[in-house]
Ligand binder design. Structure first.
Ligand SMILES: Nc1ncnc2c1ncn2[C@@H]1O[C@H](COP(=O)(O)OP(=O)(O)OP(=O)(O)O)[C@@H](O)[C@H]1O
Length: 288
């Protein structure tokens, strides 16, 4: 494996007396899609803004595309695509006009009209930016983020305000960018289904640090939320939670002396694992 595109070690961030990040470690490899997940106020935006070079960190080491984001110059910045949570800009500019204006800053930008088409904004090309709906504005944000063909794309809650159709289309777009163009993507989201769908790896930020990082399927087993085993006994439904479902199924099989009626094993969903982790970190915070 080569040098990671994003490398963060023991990153800390204080706002006044509050320490929001307490030692974030994160690696993103070239071509990976990584989702940073965490409850409100966990520090996802703070982390991503530090990586983008928009926010100075209190301490820790960070390298993004080989440079310290606090010191990256224009050429470094041109290799990044950034979609912030809120852009406040150019309300009177036309959609196409703004996109073409930004495209002109790059050496090899995407075709603006093709991009408008892909983003479902062709019908709004002549409309003023300030008159777009929330979801249309968000699509424009994403278009602005990728118009310069970045190697690394940061997306801060990219699909907030999208309707289900737009969300599906957006997921398809991210998959194409990663698969066909090898773009590396780091996104934040609250949406577990989105993280599961898009990400090669999910990093969960709780209590100021990345507590768990792994593939969506690996995550569920790392967090070890117990599986639920269900069966029918004496005509009544029974259920038991266990971290060893096959052991319990074997025991039941022996007890029944053969097939267990209505046997069913339910593995924890990613959502359950995530909720367990957040609840555990909150309980530890209270204990401390
Ligand atoms: N400029 C700032 N000054 C002071 N405190 C801040 C500042 N920016 C963020 N914070 C605080 O830092 C904490 C983390 O905020 P951040 O926006 O990074 O979290 P987040 O995980 O992105 O949250 P959300 O999911 O709600 O967007 C919050 O408690 C927030 O109030």
């Amino acid at each position: 494996m080569g040098e990671p595109v994003v490398r963060a070690r023991d990153v800390r961030m204080r706002y006044g007396r509050a320490e929001v990040l307490r030692g974030v470690d994160l690696d993103v490899q070239a071509g990976e899609v990584v989702a940073l997940l965490g409850p409100n106020g966990a520090g996802k935006t703070t982390t991503i803004e530090i990586l983008e070079g928009f926010r100075p960190r209190s301490s820790g080491e960070v390298a993004v595309l080989g440079a310290d984001p606090g010191k990256g110059g224009d050429r470094w910045r041109a290799r990044l695509g950034v979609v912030l949570q809120n852009w406040q800009d150019h309300p009177r500019w036309g959609v196409r006009q703004l996109l073409a204006h930004i495209a002109a800053y790059y050496d090899d930008p995407r075709d603006v009209d093709e991009l408008l088409e892909v983003m479902g904004l062709a019908g709004q090309a002549g409309q003023a930016v300030g008159r777009l709906s929330g979801g249309q504005r968000r699509r424009l944000d994403v278009a602005l983020g990728i118009v310069g063909r970045p190697e690394l794309l940061f997306l801060d809650e990219p699909t907030s305000g999208f309707d289900p159709e737009a969300r599906r289309e957006f997921h398809g777009l991210v998959e194409r960018l990663a698969r066909d163009e090898g773009m590396t993507v780091l996104l934040t989201t609250h949406d577990l289904a989105e993280a599961e769908r898009l990400a090669d790896r999910i990093a969960i930020l709780v209590g100021g640090a990345v507590q768990v990082c792994g593939t969506p399927s690996g995550l569920a087993s790392v967090v070890r939320a117990a599986s639920e085993v269900r069966w029918t006994e004496d005509g009544a439904p029974r259920a038991e939670r266990t971290s060893d479902p096959s052991g319990l199924a074997y025991e039941l099989h022996r007890r029944f002396g053969g097939p267990v009626p209505g046997l069913e094993v339910r593995r924890p969903t990613l959502e359950q694992s995530y909720l367990d982790l957040v609840a555990g970190a909150a309980a530890e915070g209270r204990a401390a």
